[in-house]
Design a protein around this ligand. Structure first.
Ligand code: S3P
Length: 175
């Protein structure tokens, strides 16, 4: 068992970071935290409302503060918002107490999930598929800032993903 105590999930919107993260936490008996939920709790507002009232830049500043708070947690699976990676300082902070696992999506899965996943996500609301794929491509470089990459499979359940991710981390001595 290494000294790393948190497992930090990054990835594009719709990757399933929250559901998979909850499953990993259950299996490992870790706590679970979601930076979007932490933001909403701290602000007393939902994310779309923060974007609407204060704009994306303000949201990103709050996100950076929350990354610092999240890094103070221990034995926790931390699911991050899809844009957490944009500022490398956020990942640097989270890496001080955790291992960073990128859940990698494919355009095919984005297409499958888009219809049911746009609501409540201001960054892609009202966008068509090609716009979302373009956004995804523009983020790919940032998602490379991770310790492990795990590709999301369309036929695997969140539980199956969680088991595979745990195996990957154990195999590499990360947990
Ligand atoms: C965002 C992703 C969202 C949320 C916010 C911005 C992004 O999180 O943090 O709407 O810029 O990719 P999810 O990845 O959980 O949807």
């Amino acid at each position: 068992m290494s000294s790393i105590k948190n497992i930090v999930l990054t990835g594009f919107m719709m990757a399933g970071k929250t559901v998979i993260g909850r499953e990993i936490a259950k299996l490992l008996e870790f706590d679970f935290a979601d930076t979007d939920e932490m933001i909403e709790k701290a602000e007393g507002r939902k994310i779309p409302q923060i974007f609407e009232e204060d704009g994306e830049e303000a949201f990103r500043s709050i996100e950076t503060k929350i990354a610092k708070k999240a890094a103070e947690l221990k034995n926790t699976v931390i699911s991050t918002g899809g844009g957490m990676v944009i500022k490398s300082e956020n990942i640097d902070t989270l890496r001080t107490t955790g291992v960073i696992v990128n859940l990698k999506l494919t355009p095919e899965i984005i297409e499958l999930r888009l219809k049911t996943s746009q609501e409540g996500r201001p960054v892609i609301s009202g966008m068509n598929l090609s716009g979302v794929i373009e956004k995804f491509r523009s983020r790919e470089e940032f998602y490379k800032n991770c310790d492990y990459v795990f590709e999301i499979k369309k036929d695997l359940s969140p539980r199956d993903h969680a088991e595979e991710i745990i195996k990957l981390l154990k195999r590499n001595g990360a947990i």
